[in-house]
Design a protein around this ligand. Structure first.
Ligand SMILES: Nc1nc2c(c(=O)[nH]1)N[C@@H](CN(C=O)c1ccc(C(=O)N[C@@H](CCC(=O)O)C(=O)O)cc1)CN2
Length: 285
């Protein structure tokens, strides 16, 4: 029997506990606060930002949504970030990606204070992750680890294969799995004989943006398959990077799309915003 790793159910369960933590923090005089900057009018980004805002409000987290026009200059954006860096009532800052052409993504990420970089994209937080030191971790890989933990899946000693080497998912996922004692293989668009590698995986994490590219013949029977993709197929249906109908009967456990990794990404953002805010309690004392 294949286990469906239900990200929506898991996120809801984790958020119930987090809401209690927020209530306790507020009683101690700290209201966690998250600032999300959206530049431009990308429709998918607008939905993700709205969902982040709704989730934050439902938990009692103060949510600042900063919507800037697509004509915003890099200097203007850096100015807004500098103001948020200096605001002691703001715990987490994130700039929704992708950014409009003409804005240097790395310059923007690096302008966010590493202590408030709730996306975990700042090189200081990336370095902390790769040296297995405490720090903020990118929300999607963090959420995948939380989902595996919820289903009591211990990755220690597993052969983990990651397909995709993005800064948002593939690379931080590799570091997290390594930190949890998995044996990690990174693959990408230039990898030769990809199917040979994916078939060796006890745990397969796919984040390529190529709709339904992982087919049943590429998966070891019983493997745990994590699908980070969110694509539209030719018929316009929302699908992942994994051919769910073909792969689910082969896999031991699999995430659906939608309702798998996506909800865990937003839950992780909330968890890490609250974790940053907790530091303020100690600073106050
Ligand atoms: N600054 C950031 N930008 C982006 C990130 C990020 O972590 N930080 N990740 C993605 C977008 N993203 C969050 O920002 C995100 C994407 C998808 C979902 C989600 O819940 N998806 C649903 C399906 C939604 C639909 O129906 O369209 C699901 O999988 O069930 C949450 C967050 C890129 N940018």
């Amino acid at each position: 029997m294949t286990t469906v790793l239900d990200g929506k159910k898991t996120a809801d369960a984790l958020m119930t506990d987090l809401k209690n933590t927020v209530t306790t923090l507020k009683a101690q005089g700290v209201t966690p606060a998250l600032a999300v900057i959206l530049v431009g009018d990308d429709p998918a980004s607008a939905i993700y930002v709205r969902n982040k805002h709704r989730r934050a409000e439902s938990l009692g987290i103060r949510s600042l949504q900063i919507q800037l026009p697509k004509t915003t200059t890099q200097a203007e954006l850096l100015g807004r970030i500098a103001d948020l860096n200096a605001d002691s009532a703001i715990d987490g800052i994130l700039v929704q990606l992708p950014l409009p052409a003409g804005i240097d993504e790395q310059a923007v990420i690096q302008s966010i204070s590493p202590e408030k970089d709730v996306d975990g994209f700042h090189p200081i937080n990336v370095g902390r992750l790769w040296t297995n030191l405490p720090g903020v971790v990118a929300s999607t890989p963090y959420g995948i680890m939380a989902l595996l933990a919820y289903y009591q899946i211990d990755v220690s000693g597993m052969n983990a294969v990651i397909v995709g080497r993005s800064n948002i998912v593939g690379r931080p996922m590799a570091a997290l799995l390594l930190n949890h004692d998995a044996t990690v293989t990174m693959t990408h668009s230039r990898t030769k004989a990809l199917a040979e590698k994916t078939r060796a995986a006890d745990l397969l994490v796919v984040a390529t943006g190529r709709p339904e590219m992982i087919t049943a013949d590429m998966v070891k029977p019983g493997a745990i398959v994590i699908d980070v993709g969110m694509d539209r197929n030719a018929a316009g249906k929302l699908v992942g990077d994994v051919d769910y109908a073909g792969v689910a009967p082969v896999a031991g456990a699999i995430t659906p799309v939608p309702g798998g990794v996506g909800p865990m990404t937003i839950a992780s953002l909330m968890i890490q915003t609250v974790a940053i805010a907790k530091r303020r309690v100690h600073e106050q004392q």
